[in-house]
Design a protein. Structure first.
Length: 97
């Protein structure tokens, strides 16, 4: 489809309106699929999810002390610890196969 024949994307009042629109719209009428555009998505943050985790108070206190000594938020330190342990587990699994 030629650029001059592309339809304009309407303005939406809500995300639900936009979702409903794209559920039924033909995207080829709005985007030039013959000329893809390079996009840099390196700055996107991975999606996160909140969880509730019950740990002993003494463990949380120690984590907060370590985080304070490293000058990082304790939640960030917990993510670092989890990521490190996950990497070690995955490496161990690969080594045993």
């Amino acid at each position: 489809m030629k650029n001059n024949k592309l339809k304009l994307i309407p303005d939406f009042k809500t995300e639900d309106d936009e979702r409903n629109f794209w559920d039924t719209a033909d995207t080829t009428e709005y985007f030039d699929t013959d000329n893809p555009v390079d996009m840099d998505l390196s700055q996107l943050k991975p999606s996160t999810e909140s969880i509730s985790l019950r740990i002993p108070s003494s463990m949380l206190m120690r984590i907060k002390q370590i985080a304070n000594s490293r000058d990082v938020p304790y939640q960030s330190l917990m993510k670092i610890f989890l990521a490190k342990q996950i990497q070690e587990e995955l490496h161990a699994q690969r080594s045993t196969k």
